[in-house]
Design a protein around this ligand. Sequence first.
Ligand code: PLP
Length: 357
Amino acid sequence: MNLSDLTLRIQSAQQDGRFKVLPNSWQGPDFQSNDVLGLARNSALKTHLLQRMLNENIPLGAAASRSISGNLPIYQHCEYALSQYAGTQAGILTSSAFQANALFFSTIPTRHDRIFYDKSVHASMRLAIQQSKIPSTGFPHADFNALESLLKKPHAGQTYLAIESVYSMTGSISNKTDLQSLHQSYGFRLVVDEAHSFGVLGQQGLGWALKKDREDWIFATIIGFGKALGSAGGGILGSQTLIELLSGTGKGFIYSTGIHPLAALQVSELMESPAWIAEGITQLHKNLNLIHGPKKPNSVPWILYLPMPKNREWEAKFGLKYLTPPTVDAGQEGYRCMVHAHNTEQELLTLNECLRR
Ligand SMILES: Cc1ncc(COP(=O)(O)O)c(C=O)c1O
């Protein structure tokens, strides 16, 4: 079999820096993962969930698409718990936040519509928009003047606006007041990816949007369980009608096996017993008080983005990866360093020393 075309593509990706080499699992201090509350490694939570799996006889897999025979009670329970927690009418589970973006943009906007998106949204959102083939335009990160110029152009169909609540690389937070006032003037359908805020930002980790926002002016919220909730999977929250259209017609939902039942159980537990999240948030903030790093306005303090030349010490001590374009903009090469509830005082002191240099 001649695979030379594939080999050439690997070489080309290696030459222009797009090729990712999988590293061995990092054994040093954790300043890289998105497990900010330490829930993925919380042994009390692990024991409790495994006990519940046994006691409640929850299977290890759905064994079918939910529209065939895999619609386990734990999924419906989890979707209900998520919507109660977030204050939406309904929710739908997906196998990842990447898949939630794919499901939303391949199902909801039609060819009569248009999509505007912040150019710094996550690759999964950009790819989903691109693959939807709906006319779309990106605007420079958080440049709401540029966005307003786009919104002013008359259009017969619906306008979707895609943003992140907390931008994953730099931790910058979207300005809600400005967006709300644009929404009042132009009435777009806001789709906000809360992968990095759900479970950790704001009161009880509710995220960027307040409970009442989610029905008032937010059309859809994309969530992910692989970050602060320490699990895997994702979902979309919104109105009953939106979720019905997604579950009834979305190919990425209908033709896919239900998510891992343990993930659905973990998310249900975290939504219904707020102490897990509350303890994690309290410890995270205690740890953040020990960090004397650069404080950026309008950004979450647990994502430190450090634009700087390549530095072997940062890589050796903390295992951080040097980020280059296209992951970050040209001129913004540097390290993304995450602070966690489970970082020890000694680890934080070492980080502080490096930050001071
Ligand atoms: C903003 C954002 N959306 C979506 C995703 C995809 O999440 P998942 O890992 O659940 O596919 C990520 C992952 O890093 C992200 O940062």
